[in-house]
Design a protein around this ligand. Structure first.
Ligand SMILES: [Zn+2]
Ligand SMILES: [Zn+2]
Length: 281
């Protein structure tokens, strides 16, 4: 199903000259519960994983038992995105599929899952693994329900945290809030601006390159306030004064207190190292 974000309620770039040239395009993935196939882009869906390739496991020391016996936890699928659906991802040469998994338990320092990203050429996958291994430990908050994706490109502006504090005063007559309605798109998305919930954190890879925002995995697509501007047109009639979990929390995950995981990538390093930050609302 095609989902369409309404036009911005206010042309904020016309009201705030500092925003000139700061518009970026993000790809809202619009996950919605469904039954995706391995050949489709998905959130929490089955991965196109070669039958003869090892599955990723988390080997964090916390998974060892108290006597120090080695333990490991099978990672679970979070996102699978084909280049035909979201060509904006920085696919390394000769790859067309981005697969994101995480270890579904809380880890230090963010009390969040450990993330793993694989890039591959889907055309080279002949025998497909039919079942993913079950994690021996998991927290229900980190087990995404299978969702199909409906990628949509939207224009957005930087988080209020990177702009002068006076900004909301300057647009208060509009009846809209910059952070909630006019800046960065909420929800799970690829590229664009980071929807910082607290102070922005500059990210560098181990070799000192500046990293860029790869994607965001969000607990919610929007809340009651941000939903005033970001609820897709096709779903507005379904939203009353109450939350509708299938629309607002389609994957039924909770990262911290309704927070988001921001995933950064180094596009200079050929192996595309990633780092994550979790912020809570
Ligand atoms: Zn782990
Ligand atoms: Zn690098």
């Amino acid at each position: 199903m095609r989902l369409t974000t309404p036009s911005a309620p206010v042309d904020v770039a016309a009201l705030v000259p500092e925003l000139a040239g700061q518009g970026r395009t993000t790809v809202r993935l619009h996950p919605r519960r469904g039954a995706p196939a391995v050949t489709e882009s998905s959130m929490g869906g089955p991965l196109l994983w070669p039958a003869d390739e090892a599955w990723p496991y988390c080997e964090a020391s916390q998974h060892a038992d108290p006597s120090g016996v080695f333990g490991r936890v099978a990672m679970v699928p979070v996102l699978q995105i084909y280049a035909r659906d979201v060509p904006e991802l920085p696919f390394p040469a000769a790859t067309d599929l981005c697969q994101v998994l995480w270890c579904p338990t809380s880890h230090e320092p963010d009390h969040a899952p450990v993330l793993h990203v694989t890039w591959r050429d889907s055309r080279l996958v002949t025998g497909v693994r039919t079942e993913a291994p079950e994690p021996v430990e998991s927290e229900a908050d980190y087990l995404p329900l299978p969702c199909v994706l409906s990628p949509e490109r939207v224009r957005e502006y930087p988080s209020a945290w990177t702009l002068p504090e006076s900004l909301d005063e300057r647009i208060e007559d509009s009846g809209w809030s910059y952070q909630y309605h006019l800046s960065t798109a909420p929800g799970t998305k690829v590229g664009g601006w980071v929807h910082w919930i607290q102070d922005p954190m500059p990210m560098e890879c181990a070799r000192g390159h500046e990293m860029s925002h790869l994607l965001t995995v969000a607990s919610r697509e929007h809340d009651a306030e941000s939903g005033r501007a970001w609820t897709p047109l096709e779903e507005q009639h379904l939203l009353g004064p109450y939350q509708v979990p299938e629309l607002q929390e389609p994957a039924d995950i909770t990262i911290g207190d309704a927070g988001s995981m921001f995933v950064f990538v180094c596009v200079t390093c050929p192996d595309r190292p990633v780092e994550t930050i979790v912020q809570h609302s």
